[in-house]
Design a binder for this molecule. Structure first.
Ligand code: ZN
Length: 205
């Protein structure tokens, strides 16, 4: 815990005073422009890779950046999406997967799930990734097969997102755009899914 406490001390001494006015404005309201759905992975830091800060991104995270569609029960992801769209009126929803995703590794080789009954059930949500696998990219090296499945999962979860009733209505009204991203940890680069071609292209050309 020492490292976290030292970090919080630094925030109180430096980070907070530098943005005191902004925090005051944010203290009783938020108006984020973007809903960001990504994996729980510790290496994916949205504010760091996008240059955003407090009040910018409304974030929901889970293993494998899943948007459940089969569940009859309420779940945290779809409830968060509903709130972001209905109440916060976000302008865009971004679904972001990433390289070397442990959840997708488990979905690919099915090993190591014997002791994880809940994770095993959760990963049933990524089964549809297999049908949207992307072409192997030589730049991904030995991870090409995994990376093609991870990109396929971005497409699969994007379709689940687009199937949410509130989301579909707002897109139909032209009030919301949806985006599927793949973040590569090694290069730091983001690719965006192009629905017209069905392929991923660099976000920054
Ligand atoms: Zn992951």
């Amino acid at each position: 815990m020492d490292r976290l406490i030292a970090g919080h001390k630094r925030f109180l001494a430096e980070g907070f005073p530098a943005k005191r006015h902004q925090y005051k404005l944010l203290s009783d309201r938020q108006a984020p422009e973007w809903l960001f759905i990504t994996c729980s992975d510790s290496r994916v830091l949205p504010d760091l890779i996008l240059g955003t800060g407090p009040g910018d991104l409304f974030i929901t995270r889970n293993a494998g950046n899943v948007v459940p569609i089969h569940s009859h029960d309420v779940d945290g992801v779809t409830a968060t999406i509903e709130y972001a769209i209905e109440v916060l009126k976000v302008k865009s929803a971004i679904l972001c997967g990433h390289s070397d995703c442990g959840a997708m590794k488990a979905a690919l080789d099915r090993k190591g799930l014997e002791k994880l009954p809940k994770a095993k059930r959760w990963l049933s949500h990524v089964e549809s990734a297999f049908q949207y696998r992307q072409p192997l990219n030589p730049a991904d090296g030995e991870s090409a097969e995994l990376a093609s499945l991870i990109r396929g999962n971005v497409v699969a979860q994007l379709k689940n997102l687009q199937a949410q009733p509130t989301e579909a209505r707002e897109v139909g009204l032209g009030k919301l755009t949806v985006h599927g991203w793949y973040y590569d940890i090694l290069s730091g680069r983001i690719e965006e899914y192009d629905e017209g071609t069905g392929r991923f292209v660099p976000l920054v050309k």
